[in-house]
Ligand binder design. Structure first.
Ligand code: PLP
Length: 462
């Protein structure tokens, strides 16, 4: 299949994009004198722009394309379903695709997370979990519980409720005041651990978990509804949990009757080599939120998986969870998710991640010989590389250097070199990698080579 557009087509696309399209979280002014990057096709682990140039999709789009691009069997499942029944709401009605998918997800989820409430995105999933927690506690006679704890720099979505849970001050400030009740606790960035626990990761984990208990007590134990945590925190550059962290958090939640919500919008569906990140780290959430990889992006879908006890107040009498969205769990999205999961099973993608993750880590760790590479961290197929000005002292870049390095050079240079990944400075400056689960050593090498040459050049520009 040709991916090349003619000169006229390219010029027309650029003109229309610049005039009419508004890209998300994007400085539109930067395209006044530059082309908007336009991706026209994907195949396997690679995507192609309108000139026919190939890129390794080192971010799975945006932590989404687990099975890679161009899978006709998944596309056809969506097309077949659109012909039979494209849309019907999950308001009062059900359809076989949502029923089958709910059953399949419940069978995979840890413990008794047997009830699936679909949404169309991750933000909606997170916001639904907060709303459920609030209505649940009112229903069981604990109406003062409404606060939610989450970690510094963590991203949990952008709708106002989800944004109140998000821990990134920079993207919240323009929208203040946000819904009341969002409270921050420390994240699990061991590389930047406070001195008194920096010598031992387990001790650091105990401290970070106990900070959740201290926050509950500070806020008033009867006022806290839930703690929202990702298995591996994305924002800030992939912070895996220290050993024992989640087990201790679970105990704390049980002690104070607080719900543990595992936000797995990124970490579910194979990103960490398991269907759910909570399974990898051996903890039992009360709610799991998911989106992205459930369909690998072939259709939009999100949702939350809910423990049986949270459903109880809603399963008798007049009780109704007063929440819903039109495009939640459409027949097409659910059919696509089923086909996506078929690919997972047929090709043993979880097995592929587990078999190759050590090689992925080892390949990225080769970059430690570069002076700019301070820390390589992550698990599964999910890695962050933190860049520093001084390896010994771990000194980071000031705002001006960060601006010049990330926005002025790295993002464009990595893209020009044919690698889609993410250079992010919402915490300390990091490059993030989250490739399709179908990748292997060839792609790991490609990532390492591009990063080596671009980071070497970056160092000369500081
Ligand atoms: C952990 C987490 N939660 C929630 C969201 C929001 O998902 P969405 O962009 O689908 O609304 C994201 C998005 O990246 C995420 O990473």
């Amino acid at each position: 299949m040709s991916t090349e557009y003619s000169k006229d087509q390219i010029a027309a696309l650029q003109e229309k994009a610049k005039r009419h399209l508004w890209l998300h979280f994007t400085r539109m002014s930067s395209y006044a004198d530059n082309d908007v990057p336009v991706i026209v096709r994907g195949e396997g682990n690679y995507v192609y722009d309108q000139h026919g140039k190939r890129y390794l999709d080192g971010l799975a789009g945006l932590f989404v394309s687990q099975i890679g691009h161009g899978r006709s069997e998944v596309a056809e499942a969506g097309a077949r379903q659109a012909t039979e029944l494209a849309f019907f709401p999950l308001w009062s009605y059900a359809h076989p695709q949502a029923i089958d998918l709910a059953e399949r997800l419940a069978a995979k989820a840890p413990g008794d997370l047997n009830r699936v409430f679909f949404t169309s995105s991750g933000s909606e999933a997170v916001e639904s979990a907060w709303k459920l927690a609030k209505q649940y506690f009112k229903a069981i006679g604990q109406p003062s519980r409404y606060k939610v704890l989450s970690r510094t720099i963590a991203y949990h979505g952008t709708s106002l409720g989800a944004l109140a849970i998000t821990g990134l001050p920079g993207i919240k400030e323009p929208f203040e005041p946000l819904p009341a009740g969002g409270v921050r606790v420390p994240n699990t960035n061991f590389y930047r651990a406070p001195d008194f626990v920096a010598h031992d990761e387990t001790e650091f984990g105990v401290w970070a978990a106990d900070e959740i208990e201290r926050a509950i007590l500070r806020e008033g134990e009867d006022s806290v509804a839930a703690v929202f945590l990702e298995p591996v925190q994305n924002s800030g550059g992939c912070f895996p949990p220290p050993p024992g962290y989640f087990q201790r958090v679970r105990e704390i939640c049980d002690r104070y009757g607080v719900l543990l919500v595992s936000d797995e919008v990124i970490c579910a569906f194979g990103r960490l080599g398991y269907y759910f990140g909570s399974e990898r780290y051996g903890y039992q959430p009360d709610i799991i939120t998911f989106a992205k990889g459930v369909t690998s992006g072939y259709a939009p879908l999100g949702g939350m998986m809910v423990a049986d006890h949270l459903m109880e107040p809603f399963s008798t009498g007049h009780a109704t969870f007063l929440h819903g969205v039109t495009f939640a769990g459409t027949p097409v999205s659910c059919a696509v998710a089923m086909a996506n999961l078929d690919v997972f099973e047929k090709e043993d993608l979880l097995g592929n991640v587990r078999a190759n993750e050590a090689a992925f880590r080892a390949t990225l760790e080769k970059l430690y010989d570069l002076p700019i590479v301070g820390n390589v961290r992550g698990d599964g197929y999910f890695y962050g590389i933190e860049m520093v000005k001084d390896k010994e002292t771990r000194e980071t870049f000031d705002d001006d250097e960060s601006e010049r390095l990330l926005r002025g050079f790295l993002s464009a240079a990595l893209f020009d070199a044919g690698l889609i990944c993410r250079a992010d400075d919402r915490g300390d400056p990091v490059i993030q990698l989250s490739p399709p689960l179908t990748c292997g050593q060839d792609q790991f090498n490609e990532m390492e080579q591009v990063l080596r040459s671009v980071l070497t050049e970056a160092w000369t520009r500081i």
